[in-house]
Design a protein around this ligand. Structure first.
Ligand code: XMP
Length: 333
């Protein structure tokens, strides 16, 4: 990554006016950088890549080619939402790749968290590279690099060790050499959000809670199976729905469900019912280095428990994780 320092004179983008000025400046810069050439972007649907996509659609329209890879580890409705917003509403040039089988076949039987992360990261590059090779005349690769990513890579260059390998997209193979377009690389996350809103992206997309690159893969603990992954996705969707209804979604930094690879004995319809537990985790943090626990009112926990155990096939208990970071990390893997 090209390490660039944010100039001390750069004003913090806190208002729509400042965001609009930034957008105009970047549109001019991107146009002069890419001319009439094509730009490729891996569009995950996360805040950063979504803001880059919206900005580039404004700057260069159909010269931008977005590729959305569904690795089968997305949350419920997420890929559909990317298609709706970018293809249907913003008229983007969007290639949708459903690579679920490729990922889940490779992950079958793999239980080591770091191995899972590496497989997901490497396969993501393989799928993306396969798509890139099918396209002609792509000169540039756009990336949603933001300033904390640059600061993190400086830290790593100084030899500081990470607890987990967080890389989502590593380097592309050598036959795919692109020049980089990184229009938000000097922005902090809060600024990216202000810019996203000024670009007209949906509020839910701009304020989306952080979601790890390996997706539900690190929340479906141990070796992933399709049935347990589906149970996790459904339980997580219920948690998100209930947090939206009671207003916690606006307040809590990150909230999600984890489903471990253990079963306990339960009872459903008067019969023995062996199922997995769904574990709820809701944390607050400013920098993800430490985190505290959000106190969820009991009536909400009861409602979520009732819905998950009634509606999700394979789940017979709901548990709550009360561990701050440290000693727990935010994700369980
Ligand atoms: P941990 O689990 O290390 O997580 O306390 C800190 C924050 O990072 C997110 N996370 C990831 N993000 N790729 C990402 O982009 C990853 O592989 C990854 N693993 C964890 C986690 O969701 C939390 O916000």
């Amino acid at each position: 990554m090209d390490i660039t320092k944010r100039p001390d004179s750069m004003e913090r983008i806190t208002t729509p006016e400042l965001a609009n000025a930034f957008i105009e400046e970047q549109i001019a810069e991107v146009r002069s950088q890419v001319g009439d050439k094509k730009v490729l972007l891996a569009l995950s649907g996360g805040v950063d890549s979504s803001v880059v996509a919206a900005l580039l659609i404004k700057a260069i329209g159909k010269q931008l080619v977005c590729v959305h890879v569904n690795h089968g580890l997305m949350r419920k409705g997420e890929s559909e939402n990317v298609i709706e917003v970018f293809r249907n509403q913003l008229d983007a040039n969007l290639i949708y790749v459903d690579a679920t089988d490729r990922f889940l076949d490779l992950l079958a039987g793999v239980s080591d968290p770091e191995k899972k992360r590496k497989i997901i990261g490497a396969e993501f590059i393989n799928v993306f590279a396969d798509e890139a090779r099918k396209l002609d005349d792509i000169t540039f690769l756009a990336q949603g690099t933001i300033y904390p990513d640059i600061l993190e890579s400086i830290k790593q260059a100084e030899g500081k060790k990470a607890v987990k390998s967080h890389h989502n997209v590593g380097g592309l193979p050598e036959d795919l050499e692109f020049s980089l377009v990184e229009p938000i690389k000097l922005l902090f996350k809060d600024e990216v959000r202000v810019v996203g809103e000024a670009l007209g992206l949906p509020h839910a997309m701009v304020y989306r809670q952080p979601f790890p690159g390996p997706g539900l893969g690190v929340r479906c603990l141990g070796a992933i199976t399709r049935d347990r992954l589906n149970a996790l996705r459904e339980a997580d969707a219920i948690l998100r729905e209930e947090f939206d209804i009671c207003g916690l979604a606006e307040k809590v930094w990150q909230y999600f469900v984890i489903v471990p690879d253990i079963k306990s004995v339960g009872v459903k319809d008067d019969s023995r019912y062996e199922g997995w537990p769904a574990i709820i985790r809701a944390v607050n943090t400013t920098d993800a280095m430490t985190a505290t626990i959000e106190e969820i009112p009991y009536n909400i926990l009861h409602k979520i428990t009732q819905r998950i155990t009634n509606e999700v096939e394979g789940i017979n208990r709901v548990l709550l994780d009360l561990t701050p970071k440290p000693t727990g990390t935010i994700e369980w893997e």
